[in-house]
Design a protein around this ligand. Sequence first.
Ligand code: DX5
Ligand code: ZN
Length: 219
Amino acid sequence: MHRILVAPSILAADFSRLADELRRVEEAGADWIHCDIMDGHFVDNISFGSGIVATVRKLTNLPLDVHLMIEHADHYVPRFIDAGANSLTVHVEPESKHDVAKTLQQIRDSGCRVGLTLNPGTPFALVEPFLTQLDLLLIMTVHPGFGGQPFRAEQTEKMRRSRDWKAKNNPALDIEVDGGINPETARVSIENGANVLVAGTSIFKSEDYAAAIRALRGG
Ligand code: DX5
Ligand code: ZN
C-alpha cells in the first residue's frame, strides 16, 4: 500500500496570511498543496487563477496539485504549467467543454503529472476510457464549488472500482479524494482505496495543523 499523502486545499486558508499558512502546513507534514481553480462557469464560484498559483510557488517547496474546475481547461493549461503546477487535474464532464483525451496529452507533453476527476453525479464509466493516460484519478466526494460540505459516502463505490483497476493495471496510480475529508471520512476513503487526501476545512479551520494532518493519516 502507498503511504497516505495529505494535500491541504488553500481554499480554506486565510489569504491575508498566505505565506504563514503555507509555512505552517508544510511544517505540519503536508505532502502537496492543493489549489482549487474555479471560473464561475463550470462551478458556481470564483476562486483564484494562475497568478496566485505562481505566488504560492514562491512560498513553498511542496508539489502544487492544481485542480481545474473550469471550462476550456486546454486553453489555460500552459498558464498553470508556467505558474509552477506539478500536477494538473481536469474534469471529465462535457460541461467542462474540452476534448478530454487531448487535454490529458497536452498536460503529459508539458512534463506535468496528469489528473482527471469526476463529480459525484457523474458515472465512473465516463473516466474509464482515460485511465491508462493518468497519474492521478481524483474522486470528488462533494459537488465542487465550495469548501465545508459533507462527504458523500456513496462515492466510495468509485474508490473501490478505481482500486480494482489500479491493482490490475497501474499500481502507481494515485487515487485522490476531495470534499468533506475529516479523520472519519479519511478512514473510510483509505479503506476503500484512496491514497491522497485533499482537505480544506478540517486542516485550516483547526487549531493545530500537525494534529489535524496526523489524524487524517489515521493517528
Ligand atoms: C471543492 C474543492 C475542494 C474543497 C475541499 O469544490 O474542490 O478542494 O476546497 O474543501 P473541504 O475540505 O472544506 O470540503
Ligand atoms: Zn479540489
